[in-house]
Design a protein. Structure first.
Length: 330
């Protein structure tokens, strides 16, 4: 027996598990559950279900009471699986618990399936992501790839739309995913209205790369330490490979080899990375103009910095500043 009213609305079932992140459930109900057509009628019917009705633990200090069991999946047009770190981190062998596998088997073959954050591990363990491009939270990416090598994982993006199967990155990217679903189903105007009502951007620039700090690992025994310290104090200056090698009294060839052995990348790559990190700091914590940030970080011009930030983070300097600016006048 279907649990949805037969009013023609798109039926969405959110399959929750113990250890649920409440925000992710709330995102689906708020964005899809409140999406309206131009005449005001609701466009989606959203129902929460679990492998068995009853109390479901969250990762907060409260539980939720779920009225619907897996039968809610039988008639769902879209199934969304939020994260559960409690459950997802238990996938040590990449296999699904029997009750979860049985629940997923009830999903119609023509239904759309989406995950939020580490919920992608459920889809991967079910074999639904084999050979497909997908994403998950960047902190989980390495373990995910080890468990599910058949998945074409892209840890840089906020979400992946692979047709019937969609995956999204960390918790808040559930917002990006849901707005994308509304946009895909009903167009940009409806999605923009949902975003405006929720006071979130209808589309975020870039991907996960802009949220990841990548400090360069320092080797325990190093012979290029002085050169790196010297360069870090002069990021605003034009620096050559020969300049850096001179600080260690090495030939360029020897210095380049030692540097790569110790740091894991070429001196040029390291220098660009450090300049990107310095530019991020200046964009976040100062009111310097973009041109001045580019000069202070050693890129010379705003155009050059824009090119490097786009390559490293997937966003422009201005977009990055709008997202991460802290405590200074805009």
């Amino acid at each position: 027996m279907a649990v949805f009213a037969p009013d023609g609305r798109h039926r969405v079932a959110v399959l929750v598990r113990h250890g649920l992140l409440p925000m992710e459930l709330g995102i689906v109900h708020r964005l899809l559950g409140r999406a309206r057509a131009a005449r005001g009628e609701l466009l989606y019917e959203v129902v929460t279900c679990s492998t068995a009705p009853g109390v479901v633990r969250t990762d907060a200090d409260f539980t939720i009471n779920v009225d619907h069991g897996p039968e809610a999946l039988d008639e769902a047009d879209t199934v969304i699986i939020p994260a559960s770190h409690e459950s997802d981190e238990a996938f040590t062998d990449g296999r699904l618990p029997d009750d979860l596998a049985a629940a997923l088997s009830r999903i119609r073959t023509d239904a759309r399936i989406a995950s939020i954050c580490t919920g992608a591990s459920v889809l991967a363990a079910a074999g639904l992501l084999d050979g497909r491009r997908a994403t998950t939270h960047w902190r989980y990416a390495e373990r995910f790839q080890q468990l599910f090598p058949a998945v074409r994982l892209d840890p840089e993006v906020l979400y992946v739309d692979d047709g019937r199967i969609l995956t999204s990155a960390g918790v808040a990217s559930g917002t990006d995913l849901c707005l994308h679903l509304v946009r895909r189903d009903h167009g940009a105007a409806v999605a923009n209205d949902v975003a405006r009502r929720t006071v979130v951007p209808p589309h975020r620039d870039g991907g996960q790369a802009q949220f990841i700090r990548r400090p360069v690992p320092e080797p325990q025994v190093a012979s290029t330490t002085l050169a790196r310290a010297w360069a870090l104090a002069r990021l605003h200056e034009p620096l050559s490979l020969r300049d850096m090698a001179t600080q260690e009294s090495m030939s360029v060839r020897t210095f380049t080899r030692r540097f790569r052995e110790e740091v894991g990348m070429s001196p040029g790559q390291w220098l660009t990375q450090q300049r990107v990190e310095h530019a991020r700091h200046l964009l976040e914590d100062t009111d310097l103009s973009v041109d001045q940030v580019a000069r202070d970080a050693g890129f010379g011009t705003a155009a050059s910095m824009r090119q490097h930030l786009q390559a490293a983070l997937g966003v422009s300097p201005s977009a990055y500043r709008r997202t991460f600016r802290t405590g200074v006048a805009a």
